[in-house]
Design a protein around this ligand. Structure first.
Ligand SMILES: [Zn+2]
Length: 125
């Protein structure tokens, strides 16, 4: 993952970046006609075509993100106690970026220790 963010948020970010990039290319391509006249039309055509591909790519990313989020596990973040979604075995909280895992082997404390900690913090309150 490129950003320290949850997977769903990252998918959304990439979708947004691709849309912006595609729109930028399409605008630049159209601006080419204004600046270079007749010869700019080729640049405009290329810009529009590539821009359209990027827009379609972002659409695909949004679609995949939508499909993935339906299968995402919804859980309460142990750090900030907000309802978050996670993809796969490990992911980050959408709000506080805490790394969450469903895999006991990857967690550095056991479930029993976690229960003990919970009991300890509850007793402290
Ligand atoms: Zn959190």
């Amino acid at each position: 993952m490129f950003f320290k963010s949850s997977k769903i948020n990252e998918f959304r970010l990439w979708g947004l970046l691709l849309t912006m990039f595609g729109m930028g290319l399409m605008i630049l391509g159209t601006a080419g006609i204004v600046f270079w006249g007749q010869s700019g039309k080729i640049i405009a055509g290329i810009g529009l075509a590539i821009g359209l591909i990027f827009m379609l790519g972002s659409l695909a990313i949004y679609f995949i993100a939508g499909m993935l989020s339906t299968s995402a596990v919804q859980l309460e973040c142990p750090e900030c106690h907000k309802l978050t979604k996670m993809l796969g075995k490990t992911d980050r909280c959408m709000f506080c970026k805490t790394i969450l895992t469903l895999d006991p082997a990857k967690a550095n404390i056991t479930a029993e220790q976690l229960e003990e900690q919970k009991a300890a913090t509850q007793a402290a309150k």
